[in-house]
Ligand binder design. Structure first.
Ligand code: ADP
Length: 239
């Protein structure tokens, strides 16, 4: 499987605090990677650095070139951490999907429009974007909830809408930051199962920060982070 995203020698300091101290990580196609570790160990900084939200002080973040329409293989890895802010934010919108702890759906928009929003931001006409968005509702168990506003959804339903929104742009990588952190155990298992299987089916890779070992166990591998370094790596056999 080819590498989609890589971090090489990543360093990040906040004043005298070293948040990342030389991290190397590679994410391959259809990979699902959980990042675990104690609070303050650098998990969120690592996720946000790989996602092009935080710029590292040292090292590089590399992303595979865009897939070509004619079935030709994608170009090689390209450095993204040195891109200008507008190119970087365009790249994040197009190539990455995000799922956060509290969904961060827009409360005034119905579920289907929340899912359609990233497509509209990419310039797709509203009607087409909403039609595309609706396709996600059945596989994610959300049928019939298309017109509900986030306030009328349960926590688990809202996270499934957030997963649909992350996948709607057909990203190369989905980043999830404690996606089950606000859910009870049973709902959290349902949500992580859908997140890992739906992401895999689209061919995207998943990078997820979680403190929950049961949630991490749904991923193909687990990176342990401690004091800004990788302290352990578990690879599960993926069927
Ligand atoms: P984790 O996600 O594992 O809890 P973080 O990546 O959030 O860890 O933080 C790693 C270290 O960097 C911590 O000591 C934290 O206090 C510090 N840190 C993170 N973000 C900032 C920031 N914006 N300003 C100052 N210190 C920060």
């Amino acid at each position: 499987m080819s590498t989609v995203l890589a971090g090489h020698g990543l360093m990040k300091k906040y004043g005298t605090t070293t948040a990342l101290d030389g991290v190397d990580v590679e994410v391959r196609e259809r990979d699902s990677l959980a990042i675990m570790g104690p609070s303050g160990s650098g998990k969120s900084t690592l996720l946000h650095t790989l996602a092009g939200i935080i710029r590292p002080d040292g090292g590089q973040v590399l992303l595979r070139g865009e897939r070509r329409g004619n079935g030709a293989p994608a170009e090689g890895l390209r450095r993204i951490d040195d891109l200008g802010e507008s190119r970087l934010s365009a790249l994040r919108r197009k190539r990455f999907g995000f799922v956060f702890q509290f969904g961060q759906l827009l409360p005034e928009l119905p579920a289907e429009e929340n899912v359609a929003l990233p497509l509209m931001l990419e310039g797709m006409p509203r009607r087409e974007a909403v039609t595309r968005a609706r396709r996600w509702f059945v596989p994610l168990g959300l049928e019939g909830l298309e017109h509900r506003r986030p306030g009328q959804l349960s926590g688990g339903q809202a996270q499934r809408v957030a997963i649909a929104r992350a996948l709607a742009v057909e990203p190369d990588v989905v980043f999830a930051d404690e996606p089950t952190g606000a859910l009870d155990q049973r709902t959290s298992t349902e949500v992580v199962q859908l997140l890992t299987s739906a992401t895999r089916e689209t061919g995207a890779a998943l990078v997820m920060v979680t403190h929950d070992a049961d949630v991490a166990a749904h991923c193909g591998r687990v990176l342990q982070v401690r004091d800004g370094r990788i302290s352990g790596h578990t690879q599960y056999t993926v069927a």
